[in-house]
Design a protein around this ligand. Sequence first.
Ligand code: FAD
Ligand code: A2P
Length: 315
Amino acid sequence: MAEQAVRPEIKLPEVKMNIYSPRNPVEVPVVENRIVTRESSPNFIRHVSFDISDTKLQDNIQLGQSFGILPPGKNEKGRPYKLRLYSLASPYHGENGNQRIISTTVKRIIEEWENEGELYLGVCSNFLCNLRPGETVKMTGPAGRRFLLPENRNDFNYVFFATGTGIAPFRGMVYDLLKEGIESDIYLIFGTPYRTDILYEDYFRGLEEAHPNFHFMVYVSREDRRADGSKKYVQFAIDDHQEQFIPLLSQDNTLLYICGLQGMQAGIYKQLARHNLYEYLELKDSIQGKDPDEWTSKDIKRRIKPGTRTFVEVY
Ligand code: FAD
Ligand code: A2P
């Protein structure tokens, strides 16, 4: 753990926003598109890389930010599809140290609609997953000004919670923190439905082996159960590994990042409150004193904000 002195100020970098807008996107080629779920998985998640050479995105997109993709085609009202955002998954210096190549992690949305039993394929995720190297996309961005690593990175410990493709930003963040030689603790707790869907497992296990201060924990929701029979969801890591997380989260210089499914935000907030870790939350007066077990989704949305040491990107 980084030693706790006076609470360090969190210096977030100034970032560029929307250099390319939906009206003025940049066209870039795909250079790689590979599946990252195993063969026997019921899900299809892909690692997709783009060449941003000679565009204004090069050097101007930061870890934690996203870019937009404008899928071709029109919706049922005849209007062009709106952009969808995807988190940057590459380190600051790009894929394999090549600053010109950025990547993301995309899950194909494949659903069967209950009433009609009709198959629905998500517009942009399937467009991206179907692309072959050499084909191009219309890209916008960068987007996002708070879900970032601080400039004074060495002053902090990090606890990263991810579900599904929410692991994307942490792929680059963990790599860069370790490469910069940070010695404080970094925990990445990743939630996934099946073992076949542990994204970038070899990559994170390799980093864990090489760096004793980095810990990769996997919570498999549909194959494992907790001792009390409840589902293995990432937020319960705080309970299941109290001896590690309570001292770590109680330090003034620990930062908490949450990325992935909307639902995990409420789950993590409640766990923090149950362990009296209110420092990570900003509660409005109207909810002060209310039992966290009674917090509604409206409370979470309207009456609780992330505290200064909490960074949230849910979708
Ligand atoms: P859509 O076609 O938009 O469908 C999405 C949902 O809407 C489906 O559940 C579908 O059932 C429902 N729906 C659509 N049309 C109808 C209809 N007519 N009637 C009823 N229901 C309908 N995703 C990633 O995979 N990786 C990332 O790294 C990532 N990062 C993100 C970062 C941010 C900041 C945000 C906001 C989102 C991020 N997303 C990410 C989500 C991504 O932007 C898309 O929302 C996702 O890929 C689905 O888009 P789609 O076009 O495939 O699905
Ligand atoms: P489950 O689907 O078993 O309920 P993916 O996006 O690849 O489906 O992964 C999302 C992961 O997050 C799954 O393991 C999913 O579990 C889990 N999950 C779903 N709802 C929540 C929640 N409210 N809190 C934490 N994890 C959740």
